[in-house]
Design a protein around this ligand. Structure first.
Ligand code: FAD
Length: 148
């Protein structure tokens, strides 16, 4: 805050996510942090024709971390509900996240840290697992791109 430069051996930037200013300014219901308040169908609790998923959204029925894993898995639910709306139906798809998510962090030294609920581990095998999962995920997009 003072703008001074301090010597440091290690800097960990763990800032969390922040809501964009337009969310609160829009008049759509938001939580205390300014994230759009949505129900389990990812539908705004104040404006039934507005849907949100991912970092910008905050579930009112349960706490949900602003993490990529939830943004990704809520995507198909959002798509299904938009289709329901376009067909004049009630949006009925709901996102039920698992209570624990697998987090894998590359530590840059040939190793990675794994965290799953109360469990944690570290090692080169964790990095191998991370690469396997990441490459399998990206390969899906490569296959999609080829099929277009
Ligand atoms: C350094 C870092 C590391 C992370 N690591 C992990 C991890 O290991 N695991 C994990 O699960 N999550 C991780 N996350 C969190 C993850 O990246 C987010 O939760 C995820 O990207 C959210 O997806 P989203 O689609 O909701 O938002 P975003 O990915 O932020 O996408 C929003 C998009 O909207 C665009 N946009 C914004 N405003 C406008 C506008 N006005 N008009 C048009 N476009 C606009 C932005 O440019 C952006 O492309 C990490 C995040 C950071 C910053």
């Amino acid at each position: 805050g003072g703008g001074s430069l301090e010597p440091a051996d290690l800097v960990i930037a763990a800032t969390g996510s922040a809501a964009p200013g337009w969310a609160r300014a829009s008049g759509v219901a938001t939580d205390a942090g300014g994230f759009l308040s949505v129900d389990a169908h990812h539908r705004s609790v104040s404006h039934p024709r507005i849907f949100a998923a991912g970092d910008v959204a905050a579930r009112t029925d349960r706490a949900l971390a602003h993490a990529g894993v939830h943004a990704v898995f809520a995507g198909p639910v959002l798509a299904a509900n938009l289709r329901h709306m376009l067909a004049g139906e009630t949006p009925r798809a709901a996102y039920h996240p698992r209570w624990n998510s697998l987090y894998l962090m590359n530590t840059g030294d040939g190793s990675a840290i794994l965290s799953y609920g109360p469990l944690s581990a570290q090692g080169s095998w964790v990095l191998a697992l991370k690469h396997w999962i990441d490459k399998r995920w990206i390969a899906k997009y490569a296959a999609l791109a080829k099929s277009e």
